[in-house]
Write a protein that binds this ligand. Structure first.
Ligand code: AMP
Length: 189
């Protein structure tokens, strides 16, 4: 596993967060989740949080300009120089292009994109279970369906974007955390 600048892509509930954290810990690089950063901004009541909250509660995407600002600031921090696992960013073509441009300005590039693949009904069931445990405000069934639709329309096209670049690995996202982690490592090697 030699890649150190990578991105996990996949629909809501596919286990991106869990896998990104594991992978980042294993490689000693930061996991960068725009969802986590936006939730922190909402909790802290910052300008970014105020701009993001309504979209997040509805399960819609926060506008590109806001998210790109958050991601760029985080990627510019020193600990991301040795690598990073992006989780939940980019989610639109404009974000993917902004990421490419930022990395190019930093004199680097994205080495690998791992896409987690799973069928929608299993994911909805998984998210509804998680909603009961975590009480996330964006995990009602209606919001979950919205998030799936947003993924299909706006984020799924990025799979092709990275395939064309020759840096895509597709991994079956259903199974135990261990099994999926092993498949991801294989896709990265
Ligand atoms: P996540 O925890 O990654 O599922 O993100 C939770 C919510 O934060 C999403 O449903 C969006 O409202 C917002 N969000 C996180 N990352 C992005 C992004 N890259 N672009 C737009 N909205 C985002």
């Amino acid at each position: 596993m030699s890649a150190r600048r990578m991105l996990l892509l996949g629909p809501p509930g596919a286990g991106k967060g869990t896998q990104a954290l594991r992978l980042a810990a294993k490689l000693g690089i930061p996991q960068i989740s725009t969802g986590d950063m936006l939730r922190e901004a909402v909790a802290a009541g910052t300008d970014v949080g105020r701009q993001a909250q309504g979209y997040m509660d509805r399960g819609e995407l926060v506008p590109d300009a806001v998210v790109i600002g958050v991601a760029e600031e985080r990627l510019s921090q020193g600990d991301a120089e040795s690598g990073f696992v992006l989780d939940g960013f980019p989610r639109t073509a404009a974000q993917a292009e902004a990421l490419d441009a930022l990395l190019a300005r930093m004199g680097t590039n994205l080495e690998r994109c791992v896409a987690l693949v799973a069928d929608e009904d299993s994911l909805v069931a998984r998210l509804l279970g998680r909603a009961q445990i975590e009480g996330r405000s964006d995990d009602s069934e209606e919001t979950i369906r919205t998030r799936m639709g947003v993924y299909r329309a706006q984020t799924a096209p990025l799979v092709d974007y990275y395939r064309k670049r020759g840096i895509l690995g597709e991994v079956d996202g259903l199974g135990s955390i261990e099994e999926v982690a092993k498949r991801i490592e294989e896709a990265l090697s």
